[in-house]
Write a protein that binds this ligand. Sequence first.
Ligand code: CMP
Length: 135
Amino acid sequence: ATNRTFTMIKPDAVQDNHIGGILSMIEAGSFRIVELQKVTLTAERAGQFYAVHAERPFYNDLVKYMSSGPIVAAILEKDNAVADFRTLIGATNPANAEDGTIRKKYAKSIEANAVHGSDSDENAQIEGDFFFGTK
Ligand code: CMP
């Protein structure tokens, strides 16, 4: 069925002029861009977004990184969107990302890994609402 996922282009990829390249890969993958917004998160907002990771050792660095510069948030629509988008972005650690994936091409490290993708339909809804409100 057609459904939605949520993505962010992370600060390193925005800083390195890869918004266009990444959106091109997303559109070439047959995702429709339903909502799109460039925004800079405060540390407080980034902390809220990643609250599920609050107990992880990388949380403080992640919050600092995700509030270090502008990001691009988007809601994407496609058949089987969550799973297909995770395939398109590749593994969290770019060292393990497959050829042809967004992270293989653009990620620099496990933290600065170019893009976020929701891990479930439920989180896609929550994360999309975090930026765009209920649609
Ligand atoms: P993302 O898919 O946005 O979800 C959580 C983020 O935390 C992840 O991408 C990475 O940016 C970061 N992350 C996950 N695991 C690690 C790790 N082991 N070390 C540092 N950052 C991590």
